[in-house]
Design a binder for this molecule. Structure first.
Ligand code: MLT
Length: 300
């Protein structure tokens, strides 16, 4: 019998793929062969000697101690692409949140409860206070043309945006094969200087920590709107604070709120809902479980 430890709740459509005559599955189990997880932080966890594989039902692997796993010969799997549509749809919502006073307007509208006959005139006021801009014709800079970045680029193009892209790890040829809607830009300076909107779609690694910092804000146009549905650590928060205060950044929409950003003006924070859809949970779980099964049963 193979032993599987689940460190988070895993979608049953995925977990059910482990045949019970061959697998024992539990959240606590001695000597597991593999662990399957979502966002559990494994960095402080002692890796059991029996462990052969770790599978994350999600794209990012920053909650997994990759170096420690490599040292111990533990194979790490993730599920790139499996939740890309879910994240893409929220990034598109983010574009609109950054443009149309939706979040502010919703909170404000709640304050109208009990205002009775005054409501129509107050709404007229709200229309003025929360007026926005349209995204059609604006330039969206996509940083990172992986599974999510490409879907975002194509969707934004269909909404009438001019899409430019940059990926530090991809060749022009590869990027064009993925999306011919994106105008490839060589170099981050050229990309940022043209952008009305910037979307971050790169992983958080030691190299990309604080990627959007004072220097990068300096390359951007005034009133730029930034979407971060990738990882909070990609943006230097102190530099963001300054960029907002100086009027450089008109809006920062993030799926990774923290104590600092929640207090800041012009920040719209969402509680990491990018892949929180039933479809994404199912797709990621199926992919992660199949990877573990293939590895344990066939060694690939
Ligand atoms: C991911 O890493 O796949 C996304 O951040 C979504 C998630 O983990 O919930």
């Amino acid at each position: 019998m193979f032993k599987i430890q689940t460190l988070n709740k895993i979608d049953p459509d995925g977990l059910g793929l482990f045949p019970l005559d061959k697998y024992e599955i539990a959240s606590e189990i001695p000597n597991p062969d593999a662990v399957v997880l979502r966002s559990f932080n494994m960095h402080e966890m002692e890796l059991p000697e029996s462990l052969k594989a770790v599978a994350r039902a999600g794209a990012g692997v920053n909650n997994i101690p990759i170096d420690k796993c490599t040292e111990k010969g533990v194979v790490v799997f993730n599920t790139p692409g499996a939740n890309a549509n879910g994240v893409k749809e929220l990034v598109i919502a983010g574009l609109l949140l950054a443009s149309r006073g939706i979040a502010e307007g919703i909170s404000w509208a709640k304050t109208l409860v009990g205002k009775g006959e005054e409501v129509p005139s107050l709404i007229e006021q709200g229309k003025k206070n929360f007026a926005g801009q349209e995204i059609k014709g604006k330039t969206l800079a996509v940083i990172g043309l992986g599974a999510i970045g490409v879907l975002v680029a194509n969707a934004a193009h269909t909404l009438g945006m001019k899409v430019i892209g940059y990926d530090p790890y991809m060749s022009v040829k590869q990027a064009l094969q993925l999306s011919n809607q994106v105008k490839w830009v060589k170099g981050i300076q050229s990309l940022l200087s043209q952008a009305d909107y910037v979307t971050l779609n790169i992983p958080l690694t030691p190299e990309t920590k604080g990627y959007i910092n004072k220097e990068k804000f300096g390359m951007m146009k005034k009133n730029v709107r930034i979407l971060n549905f990738a990882r909070g650590g990609l943006v230097d928060i102190n530099d963001l604070k300054e960029a907002i205060a100086s009027g450089k950044v008109a809006s920062y929409v993030t799926d990774f709120p923290n104590e600092e950003t929640l207090k800041m003006d012009k920040v719209i924070a969402i509680p990491h809902l990018g892949a929180s859809t039933s479809e994404s949970e199912t797709n990621c779980a199926i992919m992660a479980v199949n990877q573990v099964k293939d590895f344990l049963e066939d060694g690939n």
